[in-house]
Design a protein around this ligand. Structure first.
Ligand code: BEZ
Length: 213
């Protein structure tokens, strides 16, 4: 069984999807990726989730993120269900859905939690960086639909902190002040963060988000 952790390379695979066969790492290319599983086609919460991801395409594009869904249903089921998603959620599903009938990908990513349900995938989310490393893992039960605004917020933090020596505090949102990384000595902050900083405690230094004008 997979035991994936943050920083691990996202397992590569080939799969059938609603947009043709893919080789996962090639499909990701230089983008960030979100691989997310849902329990089953023709279920209400999943229908709203996939509709929401379709509607957020411009937000994902802005962040250079590709999305790909998965369940253990077959390709024809996915394709027929997409018509219902489009109709009921007033959108066009614009990302691939993996048909993982043999559970190959689900097992690679440990998406079936037998004590929750031994046949269906849980609502797993893997955010993968352009280096193909796993940056975030979140798992929700079948009964709880995901908050995709939170996912965008986390991606903003992951992308910011990948390129700047900051961390983001509780409930941070894009544009708000950040925490200076503990690895930066206070004496070095003015050079690295010319917008200034506030020292609340020697270990708690706040600075404006560095990549904004
Ligand atoms: C749903 O997507 O609505 C759902 C799927 C499995 C269990 C409960 C809800």
């Amino acid at each position: 069984m997979a035991n994936l952790r943050l920083g691990d390379t996202a397992p590569d695979f080939t799969a059938q999807t609603t947009q043709g066969d893919i080789h996962f790492h090639d499909w990701l290319g230089d983008s960030w990726g979100i691989l997310f599983s849902h329990p089953a086609d023709y279920t209400p919460v999943c229908t709203t989730e996939l509709g929401t991801v379709a509607k957020y395409k411009s937000e994902f594009d802005k962040r250079n993120v590709k999305t790909i869904a998965l369940s253990v249903d077959g390709l024809e089921s996915h394709k027929a269900w997409i018509k219902d998603i489009n109709e009921t959620q007033h959108t066009e599903v614009n990302f691939p859905i993996i048909a993982d009938e043999d559970h190959k990908v689900a097992e690679l990513y440990d998406m079936i939690h037998p004590n929750a349900n031994d046949k269906q995938t849980v609502r797993s989310v893997f955010v993968i960086g352009p280096d193909k490393k796993i940056k975030l893992i979140i798992v929700y039960p079948a009964s709880t639909g995901r908050n995709f605004d939170e996912l965008l917020r986390v991606i903003d933090s992951l992308q910011l902190t990948a390129y700047h020596k900051v961390a983001t505090p509780a409930n941070w949102k894009f544009g708000e002040d950040c925490v200076v990384s503990p690895s930066i000595a206070t004496k070095d902050i003015p050079e690295i963060f010319p917008k200034g900083f506030k020292e609340i405690k020697p270990y708690l230094r706040i600075t404006p988000q560095p990549n904004l004008n």
